[in-house]
Design a protein around this ligand. Structure first.
Ligand code: PEP
Ligand code: MG
Length: 584
């Protein structure tokens, strides 16, 4: 019998295929209290996990062929030695007793201490041994969680629809490599970075389908509709036929829009609008260029850090940025400095210990970079160097105050000076801009605009921070509304600040990629959109059929109402009227 399950559609498109229920290694270490009377039992549990990890490594060593290179054998021996070292054992047991906490958490705390010690070592070789600590810790954690290690491959994943509790951006990239057809997760909001990534790479996706792993079995036939947020489990012949027809119609509609490929974005009354794309990796430029020969308004560099699982060095970054720039063949590239933290972590930072209680409000993006300038400077150097080769701009995420901006600008100047002293080629006039994605920054947009070359509005975070709702929490996603009057006022303030200072203002949050808001933003004075590649032509179609002078008056009137509901009704009406005209 077929069942219908609802969730939140985050990446449109229809996928039809068999389910693959995906059990991901648990990456967030749980923390809970252990009554004093049960501490001994918890210590026994920990010791059993240690013994199991030990046994596993011995088993691997015994299975290894006699001609295995000595360095691989030495690697296993090192892990065995670490497991036998009292530093793991005693330290973790002491943590269980001292904090009355579970073994997983106590081990994580101990591993954080050990990683710190290795990190502070002078000898670069010894510093790399921290990776061994992390591998050993991960093995013990798996034994504690009792999860067998299984890494699925192409054969198992190709064409399948993944059902998971939650996926990190790194998981999503790995799954894309295996050519999955779509995914459904139990948790995660519409603005999580995983959701945005799925849209960017064009995989239909639905999040917030609670208990999906109980409702859907491995191998069951599924249809997912990423637009409607709907999962059809074990569809009958009629539904399959209907959805296959819908898939075909959607493809045909997109083919029609291809007529707009490489046509300039210009309104009916002659105003040229900049329409750029958002990318996560240089490879995404291929997809972008399949829709339009245009530039990039947001390159989220953190994916490079996530894929490499650590901070890539200056040369690795330089090569990646150069690859992106060359693929754009002379079109502009806006590189955003790394925005790690919140829902974007590398395995290294996950392994280093429990997350902040409120990571979106914590050490994220530029805050984290300025706390660790030695890790940030290689990125600044790489961007300054690549900017000498073509039209590159640098964009800083999550700034909150002018003082913070000054510190960043000072660090950029110092980095330039050092490159100059070292006689390394760089762009001394690199354009620097800020993302306006915190209400404090939007309210200070005038001051930011005076000191920067451009601003870009990040509505994903601006909405999260203005409306006090976690963008990755599906429980509060019903509150996520770009039409909230407070949000619209902050956007308007920022656009006005840019117009006054005569600097470009773009909008690169998901709001720009939603055709429902294109006319609204044009009417508010936005002249630069940075969007997901797959909606680029649809947005261009609206721009090229809009009269700016007419829209300004209509939108001004709509915005007089201080109610999101009223604004939505009037905007829907306007969109509907205009779409009807387009059809005729
Ligand atoms: C935003 O916040 O709108 C934005 C574009 O940045 P990110 O989604 O990467 O946080
Ligand atoms: Mg943001």
């Amino acid at each position: 019998m077929s069942i219908l399950i609802n969730g939140i559609g985050v990446s449109s498109g229809i996928a039809i295929g068999e389910a693959y229920v995906y059990s991901r290694e648990q990456k967030v270490v749980r923390e809970y209290k252990i009554p004093v009377a049960q501490q001994e039992q918890e210590i026994r549990r920990f010791k059993a996990a240690l013994a199991q990890a030990h046994e596993q490594l011995h088993e691997i060593k015994n299975k290894i062929a006699a001609d295995t290179p000595p360095d691989i054998l030495a690697f296993i021996d090192t892990h065995l030695l670490m497991l036998e070292d009292p530093t793991f054992d005693d330290g973790t047991i002491a943590n269980i007793k001292k904090y009355s906490r579970n073994a997983e958490w106590a081990l994580q705390l101990q591993s954080k201490r050990l990683v710190k010690i290795f990190n502070e070592m002078e000898d670069p070789y010894l510093r790399t041994r921290k990776d061994d600590v992390l591998h050993v810790v991960r093995r013990i954690q798996r034994c504690l969680a009792d999860t067998p290690e299984h890494v699925p491959d192409d054969r198992e994943l190709k064409g399948r629809i993944i059902i998971a509790d939650d996926l990190t951006p790194a998981d999503t990239l790995m799954l894309q490599h295996h050519k999955i057809a779509g995914f459904v997760t139990e948790f995660g909001g519409p603005l999580s970075h995983t959701a945005i990534l799925s849209k960017n790479i064009g995989i239909p996706a639905i999040v917030g389908v609670h208990h999906a792993r109980q409702l859907i079995k491995n191998g069951e036939m599924l249809i997912i509709d990423g637009e409607q947020g709907m999962v059809v489990n074990s569809p009958d012949k009629r539904s399959l036929k209907q959805y296959r027809a819908l898939q075909k119609a959607e493809t045909a509609r997109k083919v029609l829009l291809y007529d707009l490929k490489n046509v300039p974005a210009v309104t009916l009354d002659g105003k040229a609008i900049t329409l750029h794309g958002n990318i996560d990796r240089p490879e995404d430029i291929k997809t972008l260029r399949s829709f339009d020969d245009t530039g990039v308004g947001l390159y989220r560099t953190e994916m490079l850090f996530i894929e490499k699982n650590t901070n890539p060095d200056e040369d690795t970054q330089f090569k990646a940025y150069k690859r992106a720039l060359f693929r754009l063949k002379g079109k502009p590239l806006t590189i955003r400095t790394v925005d790690l933290g919140a829902d974007k972590e590398t395995q290294e930072t996950i392994d280093q210990g429990p997350m902040a209680h409120n990571p979106a409000m914590g050490l994220r993006a530029i805050r984290r970079c300025m706390k660790e300038p030695e890790s940030f400077i290689p990125q600044l150097r790489a961007i300054l160097r690549v900017a000498a080769l073509g039209p590159v701009r640098m964009m800083i995420p999550m700034l909150t105050s002018i003082e913070e901006l000054h510190q960043v600008l000072y660090l950029i100047e110092r980095t330039k000076q050092r490159l100059h002293d070292q006689k390394i080629r760089f762009d001394a006039n690199l354009q620097v801009g800020a993302m306006i994605e915190v209400p404090a920054a939007a309210l200070s947009a005038d001051a930011f605009a005076k000191q920067l070359d451009f601003l870009s509005i990040g509505t994903n975070d601006l909405i999260q921070y203005t409306l006090a709702l976690d963008r990755i929490d599906d429980e509060v996603s019903y509150l996520y509304n770009p039409l909230n009057p407070a949000v619209l006022q902050l956007i308007q303030l920022t656009i006005n600040a840019g117009i006054k200072a005569r600097i470009p203002i773009s909008l690169c949050g998901e709001m720009a990629s939603n055709p429902q808001y294109t006319r609204l933003l044009l009417g508010m004075g936005l002249e630069y959109f940075s969007v997901q590649a797959n909606v680029m032509l649809e947005i261009k179609n609206i721009i090229n059929n809009s009269s700016l002078s007419k829209l300004r008056g209509q939108i001004k009137k709509i915005l007089e109402h201080q109610s999101a509901h009223k604004t939505e009704t009037l905007l829907n009406q306007l969109n509907q009227d205009e779409s009807e005209k387009l059809k005729n």
